[in-house]
Ligand binder design. Structure first.
Ligand code: B3K
Ligand code: ZN
Length: 872
């Protein structure tokens, strides 16, 4: 099967000047008539064929400039339409196809969700709607007419502004929408259905009034208000922070239940997975509210970074995704707590992106080849892409970064462009050379930075040596040194910052080391006593650090660092090391344990710290993070046991005190999703986790919290903790939750997720039964992902069981899901990227399961691509 290479990029010989679409929607089928105005680009040889993309299409009729085309003038099949010798001038091509949205379980193109007709086109779904040049560098204005049965679809929406609507005879009605902004086909959207809505409005900075609406299933309107509030705050923030104003007169959001990912930024008509819209305290957790705010903002921000300026080709995906994730992270930091958000994002990076970057699926943020583009909507493209943008902001400073962004919008508005063009605006606006920095986009793998230091009292000099290396990744054996921004400080023995009189050996600007070689040794002069270095403040680069700092120095940082991120990170590093040691059979010293416990208690007692931060600080690193730290021959049972042992050692002598703190945090105020309340709940639930894992007092507290909870955050946390540590009541709690909430799909998902976390040996059996139940909605991505995603990604003990039963369960499920929805199937399969770090016997079982899957007939390209890379 063929691979597509970035180096082969070439513009098409023809371009689409405008697209006029006519949808006739009926229960049985939908007819799509497309009138495409097309012209050759200057320089195109007359007689060059025009090749349009298609996917599972059947051509009903075709005409050129109003006249039916003769059979010899074109060829067509399910995968494309070729005009053998189009006229060497502008012409109008008219085609008609018939679609069966009801049967479209891949959820790409036009499909039905809960009776509503809706679309998903990114990246290559538009070719499932009509024959087209379905690539992001083809930009055209769209006009869409849609006719549908009024009773089934009183609401008719498409991109842009509504031009007219009216009666179309019988039970039919129609609407005409026009989007004046030329756009690539992946941003096309259409919705027809019987939906409720809430409306609002936003006045832009130039005084324009924008009509806002969120459409949803009837009866769900009251669960859309947080999303609406988030939208208005996003619109205001983008004006304030980036000077970006919304451009159409309407902004519509539609929530649907069947959706392949989170949401989609279609121009003026965002379509959302309903789990990222609906929220009320009885059914949504604080994390759900946080997610809604983030994704509503993310899709809105795409209007400028993605839609007004789009990607030239799909290799440039992180041009819009990395940048837009950076923007949504900044938004949340400004709306909530910056350090808490930073820790949250870094935790996510370490749990998801580092494993991808260090395994068989590693690829650069801008890959240079792919077999299936849907497999490249990855955490590397998104989250590492965001880190690269953040480093740019760190290097250039806030003002320099903003100058570059302003130039980006000015220079490239209306274009489909590249990473090179993006870097160039920052070079031009700031007069800098970013050639070496650009390697971050093209080189895969997480850099490993080794730090050693020494102090010479006689000369009052302090020496810091940094060395960087990146391990080989698939297709990239040799690695080049990166420009790594290291934000840092030196801390004196009394805990206050220490200055220096001079520094030599490398480039240091204020508190930033520009670390751009394989290794650098910096010598600081005028240092009166040995400092403790605080490096990578705010996680200034997405790297792994090993250093000669011992636990004592780490705990010193945890107390004294002025950088909250590094205070948190020091505690994480210290506990990760202890768990890893125990998992490898090395014993702890009592003093290490006492010191770590004391550091955690001091953090808890510090009145100057925010509860949300405290919750993060007392969190014991996840087993998967420790496994990555160990890096090879991992025995998941040993890691889980070591982790539990550390929690027991932390909690044991102070369980009573922790319980008192837990109780003191209980509150009777009415629920609000605000960051303050959410932070207190997360601290309380963090304490509950510690108590359940580390003492006998915990389990009854979890049961009591589950029973007495007044909101879903506390209820879900109690259930998840009980399931994760498999308390005596866990099964009863899960059973109760299922009985109560089986009727609400998004709450049922929470049950699926908690169930998949159980570490007991019967979990695979139970999951098989859940999937096999006749009423399990096996075409809904949310249900499938809620059950299988957490199992492969975080239940290492059962997924990577010695007997291989966890692996086999997943490959068998993937084979079945693949026939329905290849994107969901291949995403679940990526969990196998963990194999290389497991002990050999488990690794072999995993490879056996993958090999058996590969032997099956008819696998999708999505699954085959991931399998081949996993087995390479
Ligand atoms: N751009 C979409 C993701 C499309 C995924 C296609 N497999 C949502 C987003 O990133 O904002
Ligand atoms: Zn995005």
């Amino acid at each position: 099967e063929h691979t597509i290479y970035l180096k082969d990029y070439a513009p098409t010989p023809y371009r689409i000047v405008s697209a006029d679409l006519d949808f006739r929607i009926r229960e049985e089928a939908t007819r799509v008539r497309a009138q495409l105005t097309i012209e050759p680009r200057p320089g195109t040889e007359p007689g060059t064929p025009l090749v349009l993309d298609g996917d599972e299409l059947k051509l009903d009729s075709i005409a050129m400039d109003g006249a039916p085309m003769v059979l010899s003038a074109y060829t067509s099949d399910a995968n494309g339409l070729t005009l053998v010798e189009p006229p060497p001038r502008r012409f109008v091509l008219e085609t008609e196809v018939t679609l069966k949205p009801e049967a479209n379980t891949r959820l790409m193109g036009l499909y039905r969700s809960g009776g509503t007709w809706c679309t998903q086109c990114e990246p290559e779904g538009f070719r499932r709607i009509t024959y087209y040049l379905d690539r992001p560098d083809i930009l055209a204005p769209f006009k869409v007419r849609m006719t549908a049965p009024r009773s089934l679809a009183p609401i008719l929406l498409a991109n842009g502004n509504l031009l007219e609507q009216g009666d179309a005879g019988e039970d039919m009605h129609y609407a005409v929408w026009e989007d004046p902004f030329p756009k690539p086909a992946y941003l096309f959207a259409l919705v027809a259905g019987d939906l409720g809505s809430i409306t609002d409005s936003f006045t832009t900075m130039s005084g324009r009034e924008i009509a806002l609406a969120i459409y949803c299933a009837h009866g769900k309107e009251d669960e859309c208000h947080y999303a609406m509030d988030s939208l208005k705050r996003s619109m205001a923030w983008d004006e304030r922070r980036f000077g970006r104003e919304y451009d159409l007169d309407v902004f519509n959001i539609v929530a649907v239940s069947d959706f392949n990912f989170g949401a989609m930024e279609n121009k003026g008509l965002n379509i959302f997975n309903d789990r990222l819209v609906f929220a009320k305290p009885e059914t949504a957790t604080d994390a759900n509210y946080h997610g809604i705010e983030r994704v509503i903002a993310h899709e809105y921000f795409h209007n400028w970074t993605g839609n007004r300026i789009t990607c030239r080709d799909w290799f440039q995906l992180c041009l819009k995704e990395g940048l837009t994730v950076y923007r949504d992270q900044e938004f949340t930091s400004d709306e909530r707590s910056r350090p808490v958000q930073r820790i949250h994002d870094v935790q996510n990076l370490r749990t998801n992106q580092f494993p991808e970057d260090g395994g068989p699926l590693a690829h650069p943020p801008r890959p240079d080849n792919y077999r299936e583009i849907n497999n490249f909507y990855t955490t590397t493209v998104y989250e590492k892409g965001a880190e690269v943008v953040r480093m740019l902001a760190t290097l250039l400073g806030e003002a320099g970064f903003r100058k570059g962004m302003d130039l980006y919008f000015e220079r490239h508005d209306g274009e489909a462009t590249t990473i090179e063009a993006f870097l160039k605006v920052f070079e031009d606006a700031n007069g800098v050379d970013l050639a070496q920095f650009g390697i971050w986009y093209t080189q895969a793998g997480t850099p490993q930075v080794d730090v050693t230091d020494s102090y010479d009292a006689a000369s009052q000099t302090y020496t810091l040596t940094l060395a960087q290396k990146v391990d080989p990744t698939p297709g990239q054996a040799e690695k080049q040194p990166l420009l790594i921004p290291v934000r840092f400080g030196l801390i004196g023995p009394n805990g206050s910052p220490m200055g220096w009189t001079g520094v030599s050996g490398g480039e240091v600007r204020d508190d930033l080391i520009l670390f751009d070689r394989a290794s650098v040794t910096l010598t600081f002069t005028g240092i009166a006593s040995r400092p403790v270095p605080s490096l990578f403040r705010g996680f200034s680069a997405p790297v792994k650090v090993t250093s000669n700092l011992g636990q004592e120095q780490l705990l010193f940082l945890a107390r004294h660092d002025s950088d909250p991120f590094n205070r948190w990170d020091a505690l994480q590093t210290a506990s990760t090391a202890l768990i890893a040691d125990a998992a490898r059979g090395k014993d702890w010293s009592g003093t290490d344990i006492d010191a770590l416990r004391q550091a955690l208690l001091d953090t808890l007692d510090d009145p100057g710290l925010d509860p949300a931060f405290k919750a993060q600080a007392i969190a014991i690193p996840a087993a998967t993070v420790v496994a990555r730290h160990i890096g090879h021959d991992v025995d998941p049972d040993a890691v889980a046991a070591a982790r539990k042992r550390l929690m027991t050692a932390m909690v044991g002598p102070v369980a009573e005190r922790l319980e008192a703190k837990y109780r003191a945090l209980s509150s009777s105020e009415p629920y609000s999703p605000d960051a303050g309340q959410a932070g207190r709940r997360s601290l309380r639930n963090g304490l509950l986790g510690l108590l359940v894992a580390g003492s006998d007092r915990g389990a009854p507290l979890a049961t009591a919290q589950y029973t007495g909870a007044a909101n879903m955050t506390d209820r879900y946390a109690a259930m998840a903790i009980a399931a994760h540590y498999w308390t005596g009541d866990a099964q009863a709690i899960l059973g109760d939750f299922r009985t109560i909430h089986a009727g609400d799909p998004l709450v049922f998902d929470k049950w699926l997720t908690a169930s998949a976390q159980a570490p007991d040996d019967r979990v695979v059996e139970r999951m098989r039964a859940i999937l096999a139940a006749p009423d399990f909605p096996r075409t809904n991505p949310n249900r499938l992902r809620s059950l299988l995603g957490p199992f492969v990604m975080s239940n290492m003990v059962q997924f990577a069981r010695k007997d291989g039963a966890g692996f086999r369960f997943i490959t068998e499920a993937v084979a079945e899901i693949d026939r329905v929805n290849p994107q969901v199937a291949s995403r679940i399969l990526t969990g196998f990227r963990i194999l290389p770090i497991l002990e050999p016997a488990r690794r072999d079982k995993g490879r056996e399961a993958l090999a058996a899957l590969r032997d099956r007939e008819g696998l999708s390209r999505n699954v085959a691509d991931i399998l081949d890379r996993l087995l390479a």
